[in-house]
Design a protein around this ligand. Structure first.
Ligand SMILES: [Zn+2]
Length: 94
C-alpha cells in the first residue's frame, strides 16, 4: 500500500523528530545530529526563535593576521617566519 504523505498525521509520535522540528520552525534545514551519543542534538525552541539575532563582528586585531593559505584568522604567534610564499600560518607553511 502506497503511503499518502499529504494526509494529516494522526499520531505525532509516528513522525520523526526531524520532521516535527522542521514543521514547527518552518525551516528546511538539514538534520542536526549530535555524534557524541548517536542521537539528535537538543534543539530547544528558544534557540530557533533567536536565529535572527544580531551578530557582532569583531574586526581584525593587531595581534592577528589572515593566512593566505587557509584564509583563517590566526594569532601572529602562529605566523610562519618564512614569507617567501606570502603570509602563511605555521600549519600551511609546514
Ligand atoms: Zn594557514
Amino acid at each position: 500500500m502506497a503511503a499518502d504523505y499529504d494526509a494529516p498525521r494522526v499520531n505525532e509520535d509516528e513522525a520523526g523528530v526531524d520532521t516535527l522540528v522542521l514543521e514547527r520552525t518552518g525551516l528546511h534545514a538539514p538534520t542536526i545530529r549530535d555524534d557524541s551519543d548517536g542521537g539528535l542534538a537538543d534543539i530547544d525552541s528558544e534557540s530557533w526563535d533567536n536565529r535572527d539575532a544580531e551578530i557582532i563582528v569583531i574586526p581584525l586585531q593587531a595581534t592577528e593576521f589572515v593566512c593566505t593559505g587557509c584564509f583563517l584568522m590566526v594569532s601572529r604567534l602562529q605566523l610562519s617566519p618564512d614569507h617567501s610564499h606570502g603570509t602563511l600560518c605555521n600549519d600551511c607553511a609546514a
